[in-house]
Design a protein around this ligand. Structure first.
Ligand SMILES: [Zn+2]
Length: 133
């Protein structure tokens, strides 16, 4: 998931888009009984600014499958999330950074997957949980 910024600058392409599928490391799934089915779809666009910082609009979508957090039936949810992130050529402790030549999106994508996960996975909107009667 690397954008060759140096090459884009040489070509005077200051904006661009990307789209790829990513096999997410299993450790990124927070719910113990859930997993990501298939790959994470990553798309977005970027703009290279005059100081070589790069603004990226990042969209991730993926299918979370597993057990309903309430009733333990099978459950799945399509998670979609969009965010704007900034890559600087120096690490300021707040934004992402890159070396000014090649920008690797992996960390930002992993963070997007992590932060977009729901607290619970439900089989349906109106799941009442386990029926104890
Ligand atoms: Zn349920």
């Amino acid at each position: 998931m690397i954008i060759d910024i140096a090459r884009q600058l040489a070509l005077k392409n200051y904006r661009g888009g990307f789209c790829f599928e990513y096999e997410c490391p299993p450790g990124l799934v927070l719910l113990p009984s859930a997993r990501i089915e298939g790959k994470v779809k990553v798309e977005g666009d970027y703009e290279i600014y005059e100081d070589d910082s790069v603004g990226v609009r990042l969209k991730v979508s993926y299918m979370l499958v597993g057990q309903c957090s309430y009733c333990l039936e099978n459950a799945s949810k399509l998670v979609q999330s969009e965010q704007d992130v900034l890559f600087l050529t120096e690490d300021d402790g707040e934004n992402y950074s890159y070396n000014g030549l090649k920008l690797d999106l992996t960390t930002a994508v992993n963070d997007a997957v992590l932060f977009s996960q729901p607290q619970v996975l439900l089989c349906g909107q109106d799941c009442k949980g386990i029926d104890l009667n």
